[in-house]
Design a protein around this ligand. Structure first.
Ligand code: S3P
Length: 430
């Protein structure tokens, strides 16, 4: 599917975006391991989260919905999963695969998990390695580092894992496996990654400690089904908020967004670049911080240098940040972001290619991007290469570029943001 975008005058409106992808996945998984029913409102009906539902249905969990945004999970307790009779399919979703591997490692049965072309290329050893140390037998392509992966779990022992990468998927896989171990499992990361697993496990009754960059979880907790409302996905809203910060006359409010500090790095960076972004009406829901965010145009943005601890807090927003940098005055340098190479596509290469297509001056670095902003962008043809966030970043570039832009392969946007093009149209003033 082609998405056609024209240069916009501004973005105006008062909207909400679909539910958070990371939290929606975790609600299904943790709900499945809890005793009794879990009811999830504002569940993201994106393809990635539907893959998680599909996997847990195959593991014997009755799941109703999503219907009207609601998913009901009939949790069967820590020992309630059943051996799947067929291969589990994680589709395009790294979160589904890596977090499920943690849970499968704790099961006394055999399972196989696979995914689409992109997911089968992504590195899994960062998860399978430590899970093997906990006692699971895991095998797969490329010495057990690429899917399809087979798991024979059970008899998991608690370990202390020091992860070389700041990855919530690695951390979460270990914490979920740690649920099945006797004793305490710990994970330490170089920088703190998103902590939705920790917050949700606590909300469901697990005993868990967080100290600086380490998380500790006690094994064999009793998790109880809960009611929760998923906040709007800040990673989805970021495309619209960045566009509003870039287009003169814009004034856009997005309601009910998750503003967990481990996810809201993009807001801080856009503010540092000179954007007028305000967090209004902060509150809490289901253990997660929530607020409304208003973005108004306040003049040209300025280039910025970022790296280190903020990177995991905005890793998924770097494609749209790169677009903002191309339109900003001066140089932007993004470092310590080598993880971008192993996302749904190599996002360092993909962002450089996409921005060059629009006429921006951009260089690929080993661990990030260098962008010289200020050049007028010209609309162009770009291919999403099957990466949802690259497709939406290209659409934002198309809004600020002169002329017309075509984003080919835009159907992949449904992975995380179904309804993106309609919502964008509804707030765009041409
Ligand atoms: C996610 C963690 C991040 C992020 C991904 C979702 C999660 O990946 O990029 O989109 O839900 O835990 P890594 O853990 O690989 O950094």
């Amino acid at each position: 599917m082609d998405l056609r975008i024209e240069k916009a005058r501004c973005l105006r409106g008062d909207i909400s975006v679909p539910g958070d992808k990371s939290i929606s996945h975790r609600a299904v998984m943790i709900g499945a391991l809890a005793e009794g029913e879990t009811v999830v409102e504002n569940f993201l009906p994106g393809e990635d989260c539907l893959s998680t539902i599909g996997c847990f249905r195959k593991l014997g969990i009755e799941i109703e919905g999503p219907r009207g945004g609601v998913v009901r999970i009939a949790g069967r307790g820590l020992d309630g999963l059943r051996e799947p009779v067929d291969i589990l399919d994680a589709g395009n979703s790294g979160t589904t695969m890596r977090l499920s591997l943690g849970i499968l490692a704790g099961q006394q049965f055999f399972s196989v998990i696979t995914g689409d072309d992109s997911l089968r290329r992504r590195p899994m050893a960062r998860v399978t390695g430590p899970l093997k140390k906990m006692g699971a037998s895991i095998d797969g392509r490329k010495g057990g580092s690429c899917a399809p992966l087979s798991v024979r779990g059970g008899c998991i022992k608690a370990v202390s894992h020091v992860s070389p990468v700041a990855s919530a998927q690695v951390k979460s896989a270990m914490l979920l496996a740690g649920l099945f171990a006797d004793g305490q499992t710990s994970v330490t990361e170089p920088y703190r990654s998103r902590d939705h697993t920790e917050l949700m496990l606590r909300y469901f009754g697990a005993v868990l400690g967080i100290e600086d960059k380490s998380v500790y979880i006690n094994g064999r907790p009793r998790l109880t089904g809960k009611k929760l409302r998923v906040p709007g996905d800040i990673s989805s809203a970021a495309f619209l908020l960045a566009a509003a910060a870039l287009l003169p006359g814009s004034d856009l409010t997005v309601r009910g967004l998750g503003v967990n500090p481990t996810r809201s790095g993009i807001i801080e960076v856009l503010q540092m670049m000179g954007a007028d972004i305000k967090i209004i009406n902060p509150r809490e829901d289901g253990g997660e911080p929530v607020a409304d965010i208003r973005a108004r145009y306040a003049g040209s943005l300025r280039g910025i240098s970022i790296g280190g601890e903020i990177i995991p807090r905005l890793i998924d927003e770097i494609p749209v940040l790169a677009v903002a940098a191309a339109a900003a005055e001066g140089k932007t340098e993004i470092r310590d972001a080598a993880e971008l190479k192993v996302k749904e596509s190599d996002r360092i290469a993909a962002a450089a290619r996409m921005l060059s297509g629009f006429g921006a001056v951009v260089a690929e670095l080993d661990d990030g991007l260098m962008i010289r902003g200020g050049r007028a962008l010209e609309g162009c043809f770009c291919d999403s290469q099957g990466d949802h966030r690259m497709a939406m970043a290209a659409a934002v570039a198309g809004l600020i570029a002169g002329g017309k832009t075509v984003v080919r392969g835009a159907e992949c946007i449904d992975v995380s943001f179904p309804g993106f093009s309609e919502l964008l149209k509804s707030v765009t003033v041409i």
